[in-house]
Design a protein around this ligand. Sequence first.
Ligand code: SAM
Length: 206
Amino acid sequence: MAQITTGVRAILSSPRAYDFTQNLVGAERSRKRLVRDYLRPQAGQRLLDIGCGTARILSHLPDGIAYTGVDLSERYIQAARQEYGSRGDFACVDVGRTDSDRYRGFDLALATGLLHHLDDDEAKRMLATARDALRPGGRLVTIDPCFADGQSALARYVIERDRGRNVRTAEGYAQLARDVFADVRVDVRSDMLRIPYTHTILDCRR
Ligand SMILES: C[S@@+](CC[C@H](N)C(=O)[O-])C[C@H]1O[C@@H](n2cnc3c(N)ncnc32)[C@H](O)[C@@H]1O
């Protein structure tokens, strides 16, 4: 995994510090928009959240979603269990390495802020894991920071300093997904956070 965990960014390994900084930049608003505009979950569906962090997305999901969250960080998974224990299953998993067939038959998969932490090989394994976890017709939604022509200098400055070392252009993310999914829709948005920022959102159908 290509992620900077030294210096000031080491603080973000703490679940509380991570959630605090996310709140400051407006991540709750971003999660709400992602759920409303792209994920569109319905009660009774099964959702696999890959790189779930502290599973804050659960605050924006309707009741009746069967939620499974997986993340590399034991500390984040523990925080997710403490906050949402009864609302989901949580497991510590490295999706860049796993060949696990534990996950099958999901209606939806989600990877928020994960692809830009993974190199191309890890990303392809993660995308294949997500595809195999989905039922036919199921969808994977991803959102990551991106580089884009014409984006604000401040957005680029902030994104260049992200912990993830594999920030790509929208086309870079899409190309990875097209190697694994036949149907990939791509959106670029600059209105998801409270600060200048540019995101690529992929909607990939199995
Ligand atoms: C930017 S955070 C996003 C967390 C959460 N999805 C959210 O939106 O708040 C990226 C997450 O991906 C996790 N992660 C990075 N590489 C991973 C891997 N190889 N397998 C599983 N999780 C990973 C990190 O531990 C971290 O929780």
